[in-house]
Structures are given as structure tokens and as C-alpha cells.
Design a protein around this ligand. Structure first.
Ligand SMILES: Nc1ncnc2c1ncn2[C@@H]1O[C@H](COP(=O)(O)OP(=O)(O)OP(=O)(O)O)[C@@H](O)[C@H]1O
Ligand SMILES: [Mg+2]
Length: 263
């Protein structure tokens, strides 16, 4: 493997209150790779991605992005990285065009560059016709496409996407897939979380599966399918991870005041 563009060693996060969301994960992503990060609800995917982009402070471990560390080079990393996150902040007082322009200024792009980028990205995500509407009036699919445009304003080398196609209809999903494929073909490294196994199969060159704060499987889809004698990636997922739903039942019973009297 060439020098990795993302290198993570023994990364951990314990939230205040004691939840050990990430319990020591290590992985590497090669430049230009399309890397999928999978796992059940609560596995620790968003926590990991948020630590990588410096939105959540890690408890311990090492993160190197494009040869740089967050301790020494946070600003440079910020310039090289784009991200679209799970919890979207939309604005009731700004249009998509205005928000894109604002983001361009936050990244210190020169005014003419901002105009070029805004025009290019609105076209890319097919939002030209609604560019001057307030973003809170957008449908779910429009929002996701707008998020993607925002994350690309400064032409990042590495793109982090937390469930970019959640809640999208098949047309909108295909549209996003095509954009992501184009960006990746042009050399962008993409790190994506998703609950759609067919999405990971369609897009990702390699995947890691996380469960309860740890990586439980990693490789190409073919490698994992062979290794786990599975039918497909979904089968690998089901074989390597546990459901968190059962645990919630246990917790629900634990706080059920009548549980004792029924025992
Ligand atoms: N801000 C927070 N404070 C305390 N605990 C948190 C916080 N954010 C997440 N957690 C907990 O950390 C664990 C991992 O959550 P995380 O959001 O990283 O999972 P995820 O893999 O992204 O799940 P999903 O697929 O549902 O998005 C969960 O137990 C969650 O309840
Ligand atoms: Mg998440």
C-alpha cells in the first residue's frame, strides 16, 4: 500500500458519563481510495468520523491525515478535508447560494474563485433552479445534495460523508452515487458511512465493519465474503456484528418499575 492518506492507531473515545463509544480502532486508507465504514446503530461510526474531522475530541490514540496531525496542523487539515455530517444544520435566513458563498469565504477563497465554485457545484448537484431558495424549504434529497455541495466548496483532497444517502429515493441515491464516483475517479479519497450494503458494494473499494466500538472485519467485499463464507456483504455484516436492539430491551426492562414484580 502507498503511504496512507488516513492513518488511525488505537483511537478511543469515552464520552462524559462513561459511554465507551470507540474502544481502540486502527485502520489505514490509501490515497484515492473509496473506503466504507459500516456497522450497526451505535457502533461508533459517527464518533470515529467526528474525531477524524476534529468535531469530537478523542480520548486517546493517533490520527494522521495526509501526513499531518490535528495537534500540530489542524488548520492545514481543515483546508484539505471536506465533510458532510449526519446532523444537518439548515438555515432559515440564507439561500443555498448564500451559504455556499459564505463557506467559500470561511475557507478564504478569493471572490472570483468562490463564484466559479458555487456555479460549478450548483450544477453538479443539480440545484441551480432552486439555488436562491432558503435551504429550510428543501426536501430531504435536496438537502443531502446541498450538503454535498457545501462539503466540496474548497476542493478537498479527502471527503468524509456520514450516511450521505439516508432517506433518499432511488433516483436521488443514484445521482449522489454518480457524483461520488466521478469525484473519486478524479482522485478524491472518500470515507463514507452507510447502512445500505448495496451502496458499499457499489462504491467502496474496501470496507471496515465496526461493532460496539471495535473494528470486527476489514477488507474488500470479495475478501470478506470469502473469509466469512457469506452470500454477500449484508451476510458478512450479520455474521460479524450483533444487534443493539436486544441491548435496548435489556435497558428498557431494567428501568421498568414493574419488571421486578413480574419476576
Ligand atoms: N454526544 C454524546 N454523548 C454521549 N454519548 C454519545 C454521544 N454521541 C454518541 N454517543 C454514544 O456513543 C455510541 C456510539 O454512537 P455513534 O453515534 O458514534 O454510533 P453510530 O455507529 O454512528 O450509529 P448510527 O448508525 O445509529 O448512526 C452510542 O452508544 C451513543 O449513544
Ligand atoms: Mg452515526
Amino acid at each position: 500500500m502507498p503511504e496512507p492518506i488516513i492513518s488511525v492507531k488505537n483511537l478511543k473515545k469515552t464520552y462524559p458519563g462513561g459511554t465507551e463509544a470507540v474502544r481502540g480502532v486502527s485502520f489505514e486508507v490509501a490515497p484515492g481510495e473509496f473506503f466504507g465504514f459500516l456497522g450497526p446503530n451505535g457502533a461508533g461510526k459517527t464518533t470515529t468520523i467526528n474525531m477524524l474531522v476534529n468535531l469530537v475530541k478523542r480520548t486517546s490514540g493517533e490520527i494522521i491525515i495526509d501526513g499531518l496531525t490535528l495537534e500540530k496542523n489542524a488548520r492545514e487539515i481543515y483546508q484539505r478535508v471536506g465533510f458532510a455530517m449526519q446532523e444537518v444544520g439548515l438555515d432559515e435566513t440564507a439561500t443555498a447560494r448564500e451559504m455556499l458563498q459564505l463557506h467559500g469565504r470561511l475557507y478564504h477563497l478569493p471572490p472570483e474563485r468562490i463564484e466559479q465554485q458555487v456555479a460549478k457545484l450548483l450544477k453538479l448537484v443539480e440545484l441551480e433552479k432552486v439555488a436562491d431558495r432558503y435551504t429550510h424549504t428543501y426536501s430531504g434529497g435536496m438537502r443531502r445534495r446541498f450538503d454535498l455541495a457545501l462539503s466540496l466548496i474548497h476542493e478537498p483532497k479527502i471527503l468524509f460523508l456520514d450516511e450521505p444517502t439516508q432517506g433518499l429515493d432511488p433516483h436521488a441515491r443514484q445521482l449522489i452515487w454518480n457524483h461520488l464516483r466521478q469525484l473519486n475517479a478524479a482522485g478524491m479519497t472518500i470515507f463514507l458511512t452507510t447502512h445500505f450494503m448495496e451502496e458499499a458494494e457499489a462504491l467502496c473499494q474496501r470496507v471496515a465493519i465496526m461493532d460496539k466500538g471495535l473494528i470486527v472485519a476489514e477488507g474488500t467485499v470479495e475478501e470478506l465474503v470469502t473469509q466469512h463464507q457469506a452470500k454477500n456483504l449484508e451476510d458478512v455484516f450479520l455474521k460479524t456484528t450483533g444487534s443493539t436492539l436486544g441491548e435496548e430491551d435489556v435497558i428498557a426492562n431494567a428501568v421498568d418499575p414493574y419488571a421486578r414484580s413480574r419476576m
